[in-house]
Design a protein around this ligand. Structure first.
Ligand code: ATP
Ligand code: MG
Length: 871
């Protein structure tokens, strides 16, 4: 069965059992500070399990993109070395939210595997929670056992411990026992040698878990105790690629049709064969896996970057480049060329891969290029370290610097050193690494107290579209302590006018006032799993009072101007540049807005002006806000709204319309475009391959901008003696300046010529070497000219020149190439050593090198030392 059909069969099987089939949620999470990427099928439904929201249908099935590369689930280092763990994989899941429970979940899983997919019952094992005699004191899951017993011989039902068979979402919240289904796909011969039972959960590559059925029946309370959940839930997750392996009769996920097209393409591009050499195989598996993770992330709107989720993606891609570089001899970008097969193969199930193919390719190619440059530079630096190393061990500190400052991978350092017959001081390296880790841990350390509940079960309502002020009650609060912010309090209300950061728009600020006139300031507002959290420095004194909650109206208004302008800008860009423009990120602040979008060349000045005019015409057009709050997604799309990739939408959405601009948006907006007053683009630049960024301002910020420019203009005019045409006057000045520069250069050249004659006469002979060490009055390039001129006349020359250039010191050393070899001299090393006298450093080649420093007084001493190199 083809992988495509395997996926569809799963979905239609549960569709027939009255499940709503939903598309995969984006993999990159936007409003969950506890998780960077979706790492299991349940993550997108967390709010349903926590009771913060209600699903439309209490039965759901889907195939969810998961990424296990950080945090609790991190399989990255295994990937490539084994045949069944991936970074990105699909998790097929069926869910019951307070509907069916163990009986159906078990029976249906069995029916699907054995009857629909036709898997031989004799290769399956299941596990059941054995109970625990710890503080939880849980009984064995007899219920599940009995349901399994009706389906499978009892000697295939195995008992599992708490680690494998009791699932918890976090320190608190819903949890419960689980049953896993394992397959044994070894050959009959292997099976005869050792019983499959003893290999379950033992990391055997052919006795693997394929499906985990979680029975959520408890709630873990803040004090650690368990209580029964009023509603019991089912959460299952089956590894799609592993299922394909079983159904396609192969013993590695990489031999299924999910991977083979990519692997064939890698073989073609690199001219290497898969399946002949273990190191090459690992590299090919790493690359075929990682290209999927990176491509899906970019399609979800997460570009590689230097921080957060973007950094994780960058590291995955670099891991792939590194394996290609080291084991497949690929020194130029090639991973981007795999995107084509990938999008052909998976584009039907995941259309974002198709529609964003060009962007994905460009971004990957550019990343590859820049990392390959890093590798090149790193190799040069590593060679230098090797040259300077005395003995056979390279210091861990040096290797760490290479790794930390230049991003050069440590395993590559180790490999290259071993090829050169050198050792790496791994202990020293690990110590440096630990030091750095504890430095950054100390900086980011955070502790979160339990919630204190004041009012139970109140669903918080956002009223901030209509009002900036409301009477609210605090339903719960907790303290959060971090190095960065110190102690902060997080408050949740029964209802709130405060907008929580989201959709690019910053969170509201403002204050709470109680009836005694006591005030605490709300410093920020954020969302976590659908709950709006208000941040304060102090806890209100009278917690159970009713408070007047007031949003900072000025900040909100300026932010709204920028948000509405962002929509108009989006529309303008599609109008002026074309429909390929897609939003790739936005940040809406009170002071400015930032908008990233796909476009493959620089936006010209004329186009920018056209975009500005387009937006300003709509501001002048006084377009009113038309807001539709709870309309079905399809209706919004039909009316012309565009859904963004990587955004998660509910069944009903809010649509915002100003004239022809319609967008799906949860943010807040001005009531009329004329409120924006004026729109001005401040800058346009590239942020990544194929992604441009515009920064713009509106309203008061535009006035400030023009005032500031005006002031600068008059200051400049003043400096130009109040010239009538300052631009012309400035141009004249520039021309004059260029002329003068040329004249000076000519004069210096003449001077160098004269000096050269004199210098030749000053050479003295030491041990058969023509030697001169002298301070001269030339710049660096003059010194170089003189040195090489003299050098062309002698083949036994040693020169050290010092110069004082406007208070900065220069040392420059020239040694005839013949001497470099015969006397083992190195100009680079000499200037580095003598550099200490001028408090500086430098380097260069063995026959010519220059150092700069900040202490001209030391030139004399340095020159004194020069002849020591010859005696
Ligand atoms: P394993 O012990 O094999 O790592 P797990 O216990 O981490 O699996 P779960 O968290 O229960 O797995 O996830 C449910 C299912 O998802 C597993 O049964 C397996 O089929 C699949 N799965 C888990 N991790 C990966 C991975 N890194 N790559 C591919 N499939 C995976
Ligand atoms: Mg695992």
């Amino acid at each position: 069965m083809k992988s495509q059909d395997i996926r569809n069969t799963f979905l239609s099987f549960f569709g027939d059992k009255k499940h709503s089939i939903v598309p995969s949620a984006p993999m990159v999470l936007k409003d969950d500070p506890t998780l960077m990427f979706v790492n299991s099928g349940m993550a997108p439904f967390k709010e349903f399990f926590l009771g913060n929201a209600e699903p439309k249908n209490n039965r759901i099935a889907d195939s969810q993109k998961c990424l296990r590369v950080s945090g609790k689930h991190n399989d990255l280092e295994e990937v490539g070395y084994d045949t069944y763990h991936h970074t990105l994989f699909e998790m097929l899941g069926n869910w019951s939210f307070g509907d069916y429970f163990k009986k159906e979940a078990i029976a249906w899983a069995w029916e699907l595997l054995t009857e629909v997919y036709g898997i031989d019952k004799d290769i399956l094992y299941v596990t059941v929670f054995e109970g625990s005699d710890d503080a939880d004191n849980l009984a064995m899951d007899q219920e599940a056992y009995d349901f399994w017993k009706a389906l499978i011989p009892e000697d295939r039902i195995l008992m599992g411990n708490k680690k494998d068979n009791f699932w918890e979402m976090g320190d608190q919240g819903p949890c419960g026992p689980c049953s896993e289904i394992h397959v044994d796909i070894r050959s009959a011969e292997e099976k005869a040698k050792i019983d499959g039972k003893s290999l379950v959960n033992m990391d055997h590559p052919q006795v693997v878990e394929i499906w985990n059925l979680v029975f959520m029946q408890y709630n873990r309370k803040a004090n650690g105790s368990l209580e029964n959940l009023p509603n019991k839930h089912i959460d299952t997750g089956m590894g799609f690629e592993r299922l394909c392996m079983v159904l396609q009769g192969v013993t590695s996920n990489y031999d299924t049709d999910v991977f083979t097209p990519i692997i064939r393409e890698i073989e073609t591009i690199t001219d290497k064969d898969y399946g002949k050499n273990e190191k090459i195989d690992v590299a090919i598996r790493v690359i075929s896996d990682h290209v999927r993770a990176v491509a899906f992330s970019i399609a979800d709107g997460q570009l590689p970057s230097n921080t957060g989720a973007g950094y994780v993606i960058r590291r995955i891609l670099r891991r792939a480049v590194r394996y290609g570089f080291t084991f497949l001899d690929k020194k130029e970008p090639f991973i981007y060329r795999l995107v084509d097969v990938l999008s052909k193969k998976m584009g039907t199930a995941f259309p974002e891969l198709k529609s964003q193919k060009q962007l994905i390719e460009n971004v990957i190619r550019e990343e590859e290029q820049s990392f390959l440059r890093t590798l090149d530079q790193g190799l040069v630096l590593l060679n230098r370290i090797v040259e300077e190393t005395k003995g056979d061990t390279v210091s861990g500190e040096k290797a760490f610097e290479l790794y930390d400052t230049y991003g050069f991978p440590i395993d590559l350092t180790a490999l290259i050193l071993s090829e050169k017959g050198l050792k790496l001081d791994e202990k020293g390296f690990n110590e440096e690494l630990q030091k750095q880790k504890s430095r950054s841990r100390a900086a980011s350390e955070m502790s979160t107290d339990d919630w204190t509940i004041l009012i139970e079960d109140d669903v918080e309502e956002f009223v901030g579209y209509d009002t900036l002020e409301a009477q609210v009650k605090i339903t719960r609060y907790r303290k959060v302590t971090s190095k960065k912010d110190g102690e902060m309090y997080q408050l949740v209300f029964n209802l709130t006018p405060f907008y929580a950061e989201g959709g690019g728009q910053v969170g509201d600020k403002g204050y709470l006032e109680d009836t005694h006139g006591d005030v605490v300031y709300i410093l920020d507002t954020k969302k976590e799993s659908n709950v709006i959290i208000h941040f304060t420095k102090n806890l209100p004194k009278h917690l159970d009072e009713t408070f007047k909650a007031v949003v900072d109206a000025k900040q909100r208004y300026r932010t709204e101007c920028n948000h509405t302008a962002t929509h108009l800008l989006h529309q303008a860009l599609r109008e002026v540049l074309g429909n390929h423009v897609e939003q790739k990120g936005s940040a809406v602040h009170s002071k400015y807005l930032r908008f990233d979008f796909s476009h493959f060349s620089k936006v010209t000045v004329d186009q920018l002006r056209e975009v500005e005019n387009f937006v300003n015409r709509r501001i002048e057009g006084k377009l009113p806000l038309e807001e539709k709050r709870n309309i079905p997604m399809q209706q919004a799309i039909d009316e012309g709204a565009m859904a963004l990739f990587g955004e998660k939408y509910g069944d009903t959405v809010r649509a915002i319309r100003f004239g022809q601009s319609i967008e799906l948006c949860g943010g807040t907006h001005v009531k009329n475009t004329s409120d924006i007053w004026h729109f001005k683009i401040r800058s346009e630049a590239a942020v990544a391959a194929g992604i441009r960024r515009i920064e713009a301002i509106t309203n008061d910020a535009v006035k400030d901008f023009y005032f500031e420019n005006n002031r600068a203009y008059f200051e400049m005019k003043d400096l130009l003696n109040n010239a009538k045409e300052p631009v012309k006057a400035l141009k004249t000045l520039q021309d004059e300046n260029a002329d003068l520069k040329k004249q000076i250069e000519g004069l210096l050249k003449d001077k160098a010529k004269n000096i050269k004659g004199d210098l030749k006469n000053e050479l003295t002979e030491i041990n058969g070497v023509q030697f001169l060490a002298k301070q001269i009055d030339l710049d660096a390039s003059g010194i170089k000219d003189v040195s090489f001129e003299l050098g062309s006349q002698f083949d036994n020359l040693f020169l050290l020149f010092g110069a004082n250039q406007n208070g900065k010191a220069i040392l420059s050393c020239y040694i005839s190439k013949e001497l470099v070899a015969s006397k083992d001299l190195n100009a680079g090393q000499i200037v580095r050593e003598l550099g200490k006298y001028i408090q500086g450093g430098g380097g260069g080649q063995s026959f010519f090198a220059t150092a700069g420093g900040k202490n001209p007084d030391g030139i004399k001493d340095a020159l004194e030392k020069a002849k020591d190199y010859l005696v």
